[in-house]
Design a protein around this ligand. Structure first.
Ligand SMILES: [Zn+2]
Ligand SMILES: [Zn+2]
Length: 276
């Protein structure tokens, strides 16, 4: 039966989990090597991303390569997704398939992918071969079917909007985090135009904090001041508590801000210190 609030709550949760997976596993773990994630985090992330339509061959390496180049060349001519060189519709709606077309956003030929991200793993296991690669688009169909079964036809229509939003949301915040928002301090790189979109990082998993992140890319914590909340960082702390991720850099433990307000932190702190 169609209940708009349940459908939208489901859509919102799927969106938040998807963005959190992207930010924790792809972005904070692999693009910047700020964390080590164990195999169960990797398998869950790969499966979840496939379910929400985030699959293309070599996704992890391709994403990491374009993203590292984006940091190295922020808002310069060869930045793969600067909003100062591409329009909103180009950045958000143009097809990304891991190869792309020269001159288009997110373009990265295989040899460049190797140059930027040869340390990032590629997968060729059973899941990859028999499920993801064989049925690359089946995930969102399953999600759509779940909306239909749970909420009926109206629920499905409503759910499709969320599926679409989840599909394009990383590209939306890539655009916005260099376009509209605030900064806590002046740019260190005068050409980089990154900004924090809003101080509450939930909808996009904490990817809202573009400026904070560009100023300290390896840090797995994107929030910086007392009024900022980063759900990706909270997820990292919870996963860290259960031993599913490990911090590579100890700068975070010395940061006083996040010692406040999270009661389990001290245990995580101990765990992190033990492993250093
Ligand atoms: Zn950026
Ligand atoms: Zn980054």
């Amino acid at each position: 039966m169609f209940e708009w609030y349940w459908v939208n709550l489901a859509g919102f949760l799927v969106q938040v989990i998807s963005s959190t997976v992207i930010t924790v596993w792809i972005h904070r773990t692999w693009c910047h090597r700020g964390l080590n994630s164990n195999e169960s985090v990797a398998t869950f992330s790969r499966f979840w991303l496939w379910m929400v339509g985030w699959y293309w061959p070599n996704l992890l390496q391709h994403f990491s390569a374009t993203h590292r180049k984006h940091h190295a060349r922020s808002d310069r001519e060869d930045d793969p997704h600067s909003p100062f060189y591409f329009t909103f519709s180009q950045l958000v709606f143009e097809k990304v398939d891991g190869k792309g077309t020269p001159g288009k956003p997110y373009y990265m030929p295989p040899e460049e992918v190797q140059r930027w991200a040869s340390d990032v793993p590629t997968y060729d296991d059973w899941l990859e071969r028999r499920v993801f690669r064989t049925y690359p688009k089946r995930g969102p169909l399953i999600v759509a079917l779940a909306y239909l079964i749970l909420f009926g036809w109206l629920g499905l229509l409503n759910g499709l909007l969320w599926i679409f939003f989840t599909r394009i949301s990383a590209r939306m915040h890539n655009y916005m985090s260099h376009k509209t928002g605030y900064r806590n301090w002046p740019h260190t790189d005068p050409i980089d135009k990154s900004v924090n979109i809003v101080p509450i990082g939930i909808l996009w998993g904490g990817e809202e904090f573009g400026a904070n992140h560009h100023d300290d890319p390896q840090s797995p914590r994107f929030s910086r001041t007392w009024f900022e909340f980063d759900i990706g960082w909270l997820t990292v702390l919870v996963l860290g508590y259960f031993g599913l991720v490990q911090f590579i850099d100890d700068r975070q433990v010395k940061d006083k801000w996040y010692l406040k307000g999270w009661y389990k932190y001290k245990k995580v702190d101990k765990r992190v210190k033990n492993q250093l």
